[in-house]
Design a protein around this ligand. Structure first.
Ligand code: UD1
Length: 419
């Protein structure tokens, strides 16, 4: 078993480079299945979700060549099966993108029900609704999703709720469909724009990504023969911004798109931190104890649910009482129980948590209940007095490249121990 041992408190100081976005990468890799040819994808984060995505592509027949740990060349000319490996697809959430991509490319796919963080029910009804609007038949039996279509045909799709995954998946399925598909009430996250940019670079015709209406004119073929670089990770950048505030540090966060971080910047200023915007980097510092603030998580451009646990650590240390309302995932407050073991005073009920700020946290053995909870506990460990031990690291390794090394480079004292 592996654990992280963190000695705190350590105010973070220095510069950190942000990697490519996990949530863009795990959609762009399946999107490469649409290309009847070769493409190169750069700036991939070196994380386990990316490695598993590449293995799934290989099992479907694509040829994968690693250029270095962050760049891959994919030849998807030959796709020789429509059965995706169940053991791999059930390991993470974004394996559902295989459905949209393979429906588009081969007209059929069998895939295991997606796995990933246990954040609540995580239904995929909107994905299925979209595929069916384009003419596919989708069945779920014994935990296997089977989708099939003779020829997909463009159609209007109205999303009943704003869903990142369903927006991207319907976009993937529409790229090679006959005619035009419009997605109304589409999600607007930066990685949706990134997937559309990737597909357009490879020959697709997608307009409006980043707004709530996306129009996809079906094309006959994607020929690829191009190189694409994944967008910087909004959530990784936000994690470092909030770590700077929680540890009363001073960080220069490089290689980020500062516009994507507006909602986080606004909250950091509200709690008394300073954010200096240099276009592709941000300096974030906070000299004093943070102030209270109230937060509601929302789809982009609202405050992201994937940074809710990390700002929860800041609010657990704030002067006064704060409230977080979680509007996306019903089980996102699992980290609260762990943080309370470190001396936080948080009460969570339903989709609301009340944070009675304490002056200091103290180190304790805790468990990463999911990916972002894990990141939050690392921040808490660096802000707390004493030794924190974090277990269940596989969640953290799914989504953050080299996380302890990156924090150690800016002043943290974190060791990975294999027991
Ligand atoms: C993506 C992100 C995840 C992030 C989430 C919200 C990836 C790989 N993961 O997850 O990190 O937390 O966006 O920003 O990009 N819903 C339905 N029916 C559906 C689909 C979703 O009811 O068919 C609901 C969900 O239960 C949730 C909400 O819609 O309450 C948003 O989910 P969605 O945006 O789809 O999240 P994911 O794409 O799974």
């Amino acid at each position: 078993m592996e654990k992280l041992v963190i000695k705190g408190p350590t105010p973070l100081k220095g510069e950190v480079q942000i990697n490519g976005a996990k949530n863009a990468a795990v959609a762009i890799l399946p999107a490469a299945l649409l290309i009847n040819g070769v493409c190169t994808i750069d700036n991939l984060p070196d994380i386990s979700d990316v490695k598993i995505s590449c293995k799934i592509l290989e099992k479907l027949g694509a040829k994968i060549k690693w250029n270095n740990k962050n760049s891959v060349t994919i030849d998807a000319t030959e796709i020789n099966t429509t059965k995706a490996p169940i053991d791999l697809t059930s390991k993470f959430r974004a394996s559902y993108y295989i459905i949209g991509a393979m429906l588009s490319r081969k007209g059929e796919i069998e895939v295991g029900m997606p796995g990933g963080c246990q954040l609540g029910a995580r239904p995929i009804d909107q994905h299925i609704k979209g595929f069916e609007s384009l003419g596919a038949n989708v069945t779920i039996e014994n935990g296997i999703i089977h989708a099939k279509a003779d020829k997909l045909k463009g159609n209007p799709v109205y999303m009943d709720i704003v869903s990142v995954g369903a927006t991207i998946n319907v976009m993937l399925s529409a790229v090679l469909a006959k005619g035009t598909t419009t997605i109304d009430n589409a999600a607007k996250e930066p990685h949706i724009v990134d997937v559309a940019n990737f597909l357009n670079t490879m020959g697709a015709d997608i307009r409006g990504a980043g707004t709530d209406v996306i129009k996809i004119n079906g094309v006959k073929e994607l020929t690829g023969n191009a190189t694409y670089s994944v967008v910087p990770d909004q959530i990784e950048a936000g994690t470092f911004m909030l770590a700077a505030v929680a540890t009363k540090g001073d960080l220069l966060i490089k290689n980020c798109i500062t516009k994507h971080l507006d909602s986080i910047t606004a909250k950091i200023i509200e709690v008394g931190g300073i954010v200096e915007d240099y276009g592709d980097s941000l300096r974030v510092y906070c000299k004093n104890r943070p102030l209270k603030a109230n937060i509601k998580t929302l789809p982009y451009p609202g405050f992201p649910t994937d940074l809710q646990p990390q700002i929860g650590v800041v609010l657990s240390l704030a002067k006064g009482t704060s409230i977080i309302n979680e509007s996306i995932w019903e089980s996102r407050f699992q980290y609260v129980h762990e943080l309370n073991k470190m001396g936080a005073k948080i009460t969570a009920q339903g989709n609301t948590a009340i944070f009675e700020g304490v002056e200091t946290l103290s180190g304790a053995p805790v468990s990463a209940t999911d990916l972002r909870a894990g990141a939050a506990l690392i921040i808490a460990g660096m802000a707390a007095k004493g030794v924190t031990e974090i277990y269940n690291l596989e969640h953290i390794d799914r989504g953050y490249e080299n996380i302890e090394q990156k924090f150690n480079n800016i002043g943290a004292k974190i060791e990975r121990i294999i027991e």
